[in-house]
Design a protein around this ligand. Structure first.
Ligand code: C2E
Ligand code: CA
Ligand code: CA
Length: 596
């Protein structure tokens, strides 16, 4: 119709004024129209070719008898074909025969998708011999002809695989992560035969946090990688190893003859991880705690086994670390009561359940009380008074000691500020307070609010504070000492390296542990040891306090030595703050006459 209308218009335009037709003119008009149309067609096919060959995707069209109509250069490149291979009219089957790769069968099966208006869509995937993966999306039209688009998806696939890997693995060590480990445990438990056993070890590196704190996180990461390597070698192919968290690993051991097999493995792990790790030229020593649960004895489900191995691990940790524990049902009950205690402990500060008792420090030369040690008491609403040794280790473990310690410092300084000016106060400080709290600030705040002179405050630390956190503790101790605060080494002689720590810091005082005083009256050797330690402290220019003096004979013996102070039930047991004036006045709160 359009052509007819055009021809009519051309005829009308060829009429002369008198109404006759100008044949020449009509021929010219018609020819011009043909030429223009030809030019457009050429232009169009040129454009089509440009588009086709610049398309970043391979494209080809097959007619209903599956013969190639058109394809682009990218199609040739993707499949490694030549221009000759892709001549119009080539059949699909002869093209496929020339491809340097194979079609993936699993994709083929699952790939049909019907769209009634746009034909059927099929996805195909090719694994090329050079490792590339090509994906084809074929749209089959109702007449059987089809158009397909082809893309190299090698990189996308790699990225997707990497993402899937990362979702199930720990990027630092390349080990399966917690999610993957659960799946593996699920699978192992599901496949377990009736008389099979599966052992689960939950490992945690002891005090790894302090490695991170002192050497820095990147050194910590390097060491964790070395730990993973050692564990990998130990676990071998038959056991499953995973990293559950920062310094936590797990091993799943198949087989019978438990608990012996897993004991042997735990033994090897402990030995292997106790060899020093090297970070530059600095050797780092680590130890490990392990909790072990065995299926079916301790549970046959993933959740329960993991939980029980974790419970056993907490017991290994609280039992002095460095070792392994097998899960027992009593552990759960104990853990439950610990949790309850922890919950109560969290409320204790706010509920004002803490109290400080004071035990005199008695000056041997001046024959009078020269200070008091503040000792924490917890008056639990339901359980009555709880001894510090029962709750302080827990408070340290869960970090509550930071708040509690801050409260102790403040309370002790405030109380001491009400005492006569020559009376000092000694406060115990835990290792954690050096790491997790700014001890220097806490001390300053306590001194400021109480207006106590720094010279009246003594900080007592045990050697374990120095042993575990030397790099953090030493600068703080120096800063405190600079301010005029005195520093004492507590429980001297109980650790194996007290002597070496004495030379690492200029302590003002050493407090000889009460275990040394027990036998000094009856046992010459015990007395000789006590005397040697007193002389050592004296030679180093430190004041020497002997703790745990319970009898007049002990005091008399010590009076002949260079012992500066004593502390113990013989002078007084620790008493509430309101008894301090009475103790200073020379009478015991409990009615006994003061010895001396
Ligand atoms: P410590 O610093 O060695 O404190 C001395 C402990 O020996 C006190 O036990 C005290 O009651 C006890 N004691 C005193 N005289 C005698 C005696 O003649 N014979 C015997 N056998 N024992 C005596 P307590 O009060 O149960 O404190 C135990 C430990 O708890 C303390 O040992 C200290 O390490 C820790 N502690 C107490 N209060 C605090 C605190 O506020 N902060 C921190 N971090 N630790 C504290
Ligand atoms: Ca102490
Ligand atoms: Ca002590």
């Amino acid at each position: 119709m359009e052509a007819e209308a055009l021809f009519k218009r051309q005829c009308a335009a060829s009429l002369n004024e008198d109404g006759t037709a100008d044949g020449q003119r009509l021929i010219k008009l018609v020819l011009d129209t043909y030429r223009k149309a030809n030019r457009n067609l050429a232009e169009q096919s040129r454009l089509l070719e440009i588009v086709l060959n610049h398309l970043p995707l391979g494209l080809c069209i097959f007619d209903s008898s599956q013969r190639l109509v058109v394809s682009n250069i990218r199609f040739q490149q993707l499949f490694g074909l030549t221009g000759e291979d892709t001549q119009a009219g080539t059949s699909i089957s002869s093209l496929i025969a020339k491809i340097d790769g194979l079609e993936k069968q699993d994709v083929k099966a699952a790939s049909h998708e019907s769209r009634p208006d746009a034909g059927r869509i099929r996805r195909r995937e090719w694994e090329m011999n050079d490792g590339r993966i090509i994906q084809s999306v074929v749209t089959v039209l109702p007449d059987g002809s089809n158009i397909s688009i082809h893309a190299d998806i090698t990189e996308d696939r790699k990225a997707a695989e990497r993402i899937a890997f990362l979702a199930h693995h720990d990027p630092l060590t390349g080990l399966p992560n917690r999610i993957r480990f659960r799946e593996q445990l699920d699978t192992a438990l599901a496949a377990r035969k009736a008389d099979d056993q599966i052992a689960l070890i939950h490992l945690n590196l002891d005090r790894f946090k302090s490695v991170n704190n002192t050497l820095g996180v990147s050194a910590g990461d390097k060491i964790l990688r070395q730990v993973a390597d050692r564990l990998r070698a130990l676990a071998g192919k038959s056991n499953i190893l995973a990293r559950l968290g920062s310094d936590e690993f797990a091993i799943l051991q198949h087989g019978r003859e438990q608990p012996w097999n897993v004991m042997a493995l735990a033994d090897q792990i402990r030995r292997e991880l106790s060899a020093p790790f090297f970070r530059g030229d600095k050797a780092v020593e680590l130890s490990v705690s392990m909790g072990i649960a065995i299926c079916p004895k301790d549970g046959t489900e993933t959740e329960l086994l993991l939980k029980h191995a974790g419970v056993a691990l907490s017991h290994a940790k609280s039992g002095g670390r460095r070792g392994e524990r097998f899960f027992t049902s009593e552990m759960e009950a104990q853990l439950e009561s610990r949790r309850a205690l922890e919950a109560d402990l969290r409320r204790a500060i706010h509920n004002e359940e803490f109290e400080l008792h004071y035990q005199p420090l008695y000056d041997m030369a001046e024959r009078r009380i020269c200070g008091f040690e503040a000792l924490l008491r917890w008056n639990h609403t339901a359980r009555g008074r709880i001894a510090p040794l029962e709750f302080i280790p827990l408070a340290e473990e869960v970090g509550l000691i930071v708040d509690i310690g801050r409260w102790v410092l403040k309370r002790a300084c405030m109380d001491a500020a009400t005492w006569p000016a020559e009376i000092k106060v000694a406060v115990n400080v835990s290792a954690i307070q050096f790491i997790s709290s700014n001890l220097e600030d806490d001390v300053s705040a306590a001194l400021a609010v109480s207006e106590l002179s720094p010279g009246r405050l003594e900080i007592e630390i045990t050697e374990s504070v120095l042993m575990e956190n030397r790099d953090e503790a030493l600068p703080v101790l120096h800063a405190l000492r600079q301010r005029g605060v005195h520093i004492s080494m507590d429980d001297f002689g109980t650790g194996y390296s007290s002597l070496s720590y004495l030379s690492s810091f200029p302590f003002d005082k050493i407090k000889i542990d009460k275990s040394f005083v027990n036998d000094i009256v009856d046992n010459k050797e015990a007395f000789a040891i006590m005397r040697a330690i007193i002389l050592l402290g004296d030679a180093l220019g430190m004041r020497v306090t002997v703790e745990g003096v319970e009898t007049a004979q002990q005091q008399d013996l010590l009076a002949q030595e260079a012992c500066d102070e004593i502390q113990g039930y013989h002078i007084s047991s620790p008493r509430p703050a309101f008894d301090v004036p009475k103790m200073l006045a020379g009478a015991h709160a409990d009615g006994k006459a003061q010895a001396v």
